[in-house]
Design a protein around this ligand. Structure first.
Ligand code: GLP
Length: 260
């Protein structure tokens, strides 16, 4: 079972995860960090940026993004390449040469998945993967029905995902229809998964992912197959978890040496 940590707010989650990553960096400066886009991980990046301002050196870190829209030019402000540059690479002081995002260029899209899988292998594999979850239960852009064995490939976005992401664009029609995304099988190879969720709109997908049946219809439930998963959520996102009391009890009684 995943470890579930319920915190008061997104800021507390950000600082918990950032401190964990900082501690990992002390042992392994060339950490390979899997970065998610979307609103959810922003408090983690903000807390890491604070630590960077206080002297934490992240210049040896390799960052691998989960996904990219197909057909948005890299320079488009909402391409995940731009988002990762703006929200992660610049504030954290990462080396841009060590930051990789799947290639959403339609001219070479047929090989984008394979090339990104090779990139992950060449980097030595992801040590810590930050994940968010969509309201329909998708992780990265693995929409319901994605195989648990899937690797990086092109996926068609659901209309719900396009509506959810329309807030970043002028209109829903501007949200691309396709993405190139790490598969669930790719994500499950990362050594540690940290899934974050905040707010009531995530409660149902979160509960289904953590406690529901393991099914491709709920891509987030793939985390139940992983040996090291930490779920960090606020009270609203945790509100539909049946075993909330147990998770709180387990946290109170957790041996200090274990960390997250
Ligand atoms: C996006 C991304 C996911 C993200 C999810 C939730 O479409 N591809 O990686 O986790 O949807 O986004 P948010 O954190 O903004 O709610």
């Amino acid at each position: 079972m995943a470890e579930v940590v319920v915190v008061d707010d997104a800021e507390a989650a950000g600082s918990l995860v950032a401190r964990h990553i900082a501690a990992r960096l002390e042992q392994q400066p060339a950490l390979v960090l899997g970065v998610a886009t979307g609103s959810t991980p922003l408090p983690v990046y903000a807390a890491l940026a604070d630590l960077a301002n206080q002297g934490l050196d992240l210049s040896s870190v390799t960052a691998l993004a989960l996904d990219e829209y197909v057909g948005l030019p890299q320079a488009h402000p909402q391409s995940y390449r731009s988002v990762v540059t703006r929200e992660v690479v610049e504030p954290l002081g990462l080396d841009p040469a060590k930051v990789h995002v799947p290639d959403g260029d339609p001219a070479q899209i047929e090989t984008a998945g394979e090339r990104f899988e090779q990139r992950i292998v060449d980097s030595g594999g992801v040590d810590v993967q930050i994940l968010g979850i969509g309201t329909g239960g998708h992780i990265a852009f693995n929409e319901p029905g994605s195989s648990f064995g899937s690797l990086t490939r092109v996926k068609t976005l659901t209309e719900q995902t396009r509506r959810d992401n329309a807030r970043f664009f002028d209109s829903v029609d501007d949200v691309p229809i396709h993405s190139v995304t790490q598969g669930l099988g790719t994500i499950l190879r990362a050594r540690h998964l940290i899934l974050l969720a905040f707010g009531e709109s995530k409660a149902a997908a979160l509960a289904a992912s953590v406690e529901g049946p393991v099914t491709a219809s709920m891509p987030g439930s793939a985390i139940q197959l992983h040996h090291h998963v930490t779920v960090v959520v606020d009270h609203a996102a945790a509100s539909e978890l049946r075993e909330r009391d147990y998770y709180a009890w387990a946290q109170l009684n957790k041996p200090a040496w274990q960390g997250i």
